[in-house]
Write a protein that binds this ligand. Structure first.
Ligand SMILES: NC(=O)c1ccc[n+]([C@@H]2O[C@H](COP(=O)([O-])OP(=O)(O)OC[C@H]3O[C@@H](n4cnc5c(N)ncnc54)[C@H](OP(=O)(O)O)[C@@H]3O)[C@@H](O)[C@H]2O)c1
Length: 342
């Protein structure tokens, strides 16, 4: 696979999102299967793996995914870049004595679950408006100095918030929702990140599966823990209304001897040199299919034609607004708060 720089880290141009092995897309596979799935990506050459403390079945409990990723990758940390994320609840800094103490406590728990000595890229999963990003940035800077993390990032953030935090401790990467259907990052996030040598790691790059062309109005999502039951973009009406976009992807897939999912990923790679998408799949063949998208290259004319065809299609529905403290579809912060209350 070819490589890219995000900040000062070198990774394969496509990474693996490990979330669905623990949460978000229906029943989770048996542990041995999930470890083998992660090894499938590793064996293909992928060197960038994404997890978070909060990825657990039904968002109940903490750490299921980190434990799994730790078991799968503990002997490979020298060869790969591992990314994880934390969320800070309002009351935690006061309880711990400082924002730094809270971040360090979360980090130490993640390191233990991952069986790692350091985390290469540690993100703030969601901004909590009650915890100033400047203080989080300062805490991350200290952890970088201590060698416990190599770099840090933020997720689901606007350009303005990235700028505030970057002044205190330069970010390595921003992980935001970005795909053919969700272009918000083009306005302020990509320009700022390109200018300041920050990588952008698009999550849900295959539109939660929609851009693979394999979802239609008859698709029944699993009843339990499948976020797609409440993603507005995946209502039956919007699945039907967005079909022209899938038609464009199918056409280009045929022309390029690729799949629609690969066209969606290659579109991101061509558009932004600092983007490293992290598609997620529980299916070993699709893991390879997605990673292989690095081989799909567009000429300038082909890419212009693709952009033109996509621009002629209206996008119906959204996956969830992604802004500081906003409500992306996982609503991680909300779920954490709800759990605390119950
Ligand atoms: N920072 C954040 O707030 C945040 C939020 C969401 C996700 N993430 C990260 O981003 C990663 C990817 O995001 P995501 O999983 O939400 O979205 P995604 O990669 O766009 O889509 C995942 C879904 O699409 C299906 N899919 C993937 N590739 C496919 C293909 N080639 N053909 C057909 N179906 C395909 C998968 O089904 P199968 O399993 O059946 O293949 C799965 O249901 C996650 O694993 C996680 O690490 C971060």
């Amino acid at each position: 696979m070819d490589k890219r720089k995000i900040g000062n880290l070198e990774v394969t141009s496509i990474g693996m999102g490990c979330m669905a092995l623990s949460h978000g897309y229906g029943a989770i596979p048996p542990e041995e299967y999930s470890i083998a799935a992660i090894h499938t990506a590793l064996d293909y050459g992928c060197t960038f793996f994404d997890t978070a403390e909060v990825y657990s079945p039904n968002m109940e409990g903490i750490g299921h995914n980190e434990l799994l990723v730790g078991k799968a990758l503990k002997n490979h940390y020298q060869e790969i870049v591992i990314a994880s994320k934390l969320f800070i609840k309002t009351e935690e800094p006061a309880q711990d004595g400082s924002v730094y103490a809270t971040v360090r406590r979360h980090l130490e728990a993640s390191l233990k679950r991952l069986q790692a000595e350091k985390i290469d890229l540690y993100y703030l999963h969601r901004v909590n408006v009650n915890v100033p990003v400047e203080e989080v940035a300062a805490a991350m800077g200290k952890l970088i100095d201590e060698g416990l993390i190599l770099g840090w990032g933020m997720s689901a953030v606007s350009g303005a918030t990235i700028a505030r935090a970057h002044k205190i401790t330069p970010l390595t990467a921003v992980q935001n929702l970005y795909n053919i259907l969700e272009r918000g990052c083009e306005e302020d996030v990509f320009p700022f990140c390109l200018e300041h040598n920050i990588g952008v790691v698009p999550f849900s790059p295959v539109g939660s599966g929609y851009l693979s062309g394999k979802i239609n109005t008859n698709t029944q999502f699993e009843a339990k823990d499948d976020v797609r039951n409440w993603v507005p973009q995946l209502s039956k009406e919007n699945i039907a209304a967005n079909q022209p976009i899938v038609d464009v992807l199918n056409r280009f897939a045929q022309e390029k001897s690729a799949t629609p999912a690969q066209i969606s990923l290659a579109w991101i790679l061509h558009k932004y040199k600092n983007a490293v998408p992290i598609p997620g799949s529980k299916n070993k063949e699709r893991i390879i299919e997605n990673l292989s998208a690095w081989q799909v290259k567009f000429t300038a004319q082909e890419f212009a034609d693709l952009e033109k065809a996509l621009a002629s299609c209206q996008v119906f529905g959204h996956r969830g607004h992604v802004e500081d403290g906003g409500s992306p579809t996982e609503v991680i912060a909300k779920n954490v708060a709800k759990r605390e209350k119950n």
